[in-house]
Design a protein around this ligand. Structure first.
Ligand code: UT7
Length: 333
């Protein structure tokens, strides 16, 4: 049943990165690159790489358990699991049901969505709509996770230096108290005309796996880096300004900007266009590389853990990813 006075509040946040750290020097032993090049062009110093035995659902489940603990909820209190990933454990069943089984909960709906690096924003939007549009859900788990190392082409120096593995989770709950409202506004978009800038071409229905697709390395990520860079800065600037405009807010009203962590140069270019100083911008890309859809949750979690954001802090989070997709959210912690 639709209810007028429902809002979504954030009750838990958690994240996980695997133990193994891979430095730029480690990568320079695999491809022709150097720590200097990677730091100068991307700001990345190291990333975490999952063990062979860890699949995406294993990363997601630890982040989910941490978010549930933070929320002081048990897995059985959750009544929907949304999982954002581009590296599902397998094509089907969904990674979401695998997370469900690892959490030991039964009978609730679970599904995956794929909006690539905009996963945090898309997940918040879906959860928010379901929590506020009816009284069918009380507690929703949004978990974004990717084992990007499983789709990295370790012969391609222009992409293998960029990515890392990780997962982030949020627990959102329904409330009738407007003062607890987490989501001030959301703005999502995509431009499918640019689908070919960032792809993993084979293994789907278009090009099922064959010996040829394996030989042609079509099961690895491919990217037109410069084009993605240009589009990313443009779209992150325009959607950030639009969401502020339509809420009658300026960047002075925002305590922190949490951008997708793909490349420090992209973050700094966005900052310059928005006219924001370093102290207001969250950066974790140096430690984690680009972890895809979980990157904004990982960044928010690091702000929470460091005590930089407290109850009432306002955040503008903005991301872009394969699709191209984009999304921005104005949030109140
Ligand atoms: O979530 C979305 C994910 N994707 C992104 O956000 C990526 C966006 N794009 C980027 O971050 C940047 O475009 C890259 C970091 C991928 C590349 O940086 P760039 O400054 O755009 O470099 P470039 O592609 O223009 O290449 C410059 C040079 C080339 O050599 P030549 O042709 O000038 O001789 C590349 O071959 O740098 C070379 N190069 C490298 N050299 C050392 C490319 N990768 C490397 C490397 N080490 N790892």
């Amino acid at each position: 049943m639709a209810t007028a006075n429902r809002f979504a509040k954030l009750v838990g946040i958690g994240s996980y990165v695997p133990d193994r750290i891979m430095t730029n020097d480690d990568i320079s032993k695999i491809v022709d690159t150097s720590d200097e090049w990677i730091v100068e062009r991307t700001g990345i110093r190291e990333r975490h790489i999952a063990a062979d035995s860890q699949a995406t659902s294993d990363l997601c489940v630890v982040a989910a358990q941490r978010a549930l603990e933070n929320a002081k909820l048990r897995p059985e209190d959750i009544d929907l699991i949304l999982t954002g990933t581009v590296t599902p454990d397998m094509l089907f069943p969904s990674t979401s049901v695998l997370v469900q089984s690892k959490l030991g909960v039964r009978d609730i709906p679970c599904f995956d969505y794929n909006s690539a690096c905009s996963g945090t924003q898309y997940g918040i939007e879906i959860a928010h709509s379901l929590l506020t549009g009816s009284d069918r859900y009380e507690n929703i788990l949004v978990v974004c996770g990717d084992k990007m190392s499983s789709v990295i082409d370790w012969q391609d120096r222009s992409t293998c230096v960029l990515l890392g593995d990780g997962a982030g989770a949020l627990v959102l709950s329904a409330t009738e108290n407007e003062r607890e409202n987490f989501i001030i506004d959301m703005l999502l978009g995509s431009n499918g005309m640019l689908w070919n800038l960032l792809t993993l071409p084979a293994g789907g229905s278009l090009e099922p796996a064959t010996e040829e697709t394996v030989k042609a390395r079509k099961h690895f990520l491919r990217m037109s880096g410069r084009d993605v860079f240009r589009e990313a800065v443009k779209v992150m600037e325009s959607c950030s300004l639009e969401i502020l405009r339509r809420n009658g807010m300026s960047l002075d009203d925002v305590d922190f900007i949490v951008p997708h962590q793909a490349n420090l140069r992209i973050i700094r270019a966005l900052q310059e266009r928005l006219g924001v100083g370093d102290e207001k911008v969250c950066v974790t890309v140096d430690r984690y590389g680009n972890t895809s859809g979980s990157s904004c949750i990982l960044a928010m979690d690091s702000l929470v853990k460091s005590g930089k954001i407290v109850r009432g802090s306002k955040i503008l989070s903005v991301a872009f990813g394969a699709g191209l997709t984009w999304g921005t959210s104005l949030l109140r912690f």
